[in-house]
Design a protein around this ligand. Structure first.
Ligand SMILES: [Zn+2]
Ligand SMILES: [Zn+2]
Length: 133
């Protein structure tokens, strides 16, 4: 499935042409910082089908962690585009809110529910995991 997206100000644009590998909502504490408090809604796509088509995003990885994820974001408006994770080699993790059409998202699992807040919504019947599946 071909998808396009970008940041809030339009300086960074991307395209993804590979099949979606997974659609997840992550409730972990780290994601709460990144989203502003909500679960993080993400789709995982093959890295080799993903490319930035406009602008070069800035990157950030914590130096105090052993295997940090690398976060891509727009250095003008600050929108987080997505991450590459050592736990998901060969994949790009995209934040659903940056898609041109976020309505394509359908959560397949809720992960890191050990950090879930009482105001986080999990759809009934959705598989949930304390940490990773
Ligand atoms: Zn921007
Ligand atoms: Zn998370």
């Amino acid at each position: 499935m071909s998808m396009t997206g970008g940041c809030y100000c339009g300086a960074v644009r991307y395209e993804s042409t590979g099949d979606v590998q997974n659609s997840i909502q992550c409730h972990c504490r780290e994601c709460q910082y990144i989203t502003g408090g909500s679960p993080n809604l993400i789709i995982i796509v093959p890295e080799n089908g993903f490319s930035f088509t406009k602008g070069g995003p800035s990157k950030f990885a914590r130096s105090d962690l052993e295997t940090p994820v690398t976060r891509f974001f727009c250095n003008k408006c600050g929108t987080g585009i997505g991450t590459k994770s050592p736990a998901r080699q060969g994949s790009m993790i995209i934040k659903v809110g940056t898609l041109d059409d976020p309505s394509v998202f359908k959560s397949q699992a809720a992960i890191f529910t050990k950090d879930k807040q009482s105001y986080h919504h999990i759809e009934e019947g959705l598989p949930t995991f304390e940490k990773r599946p």
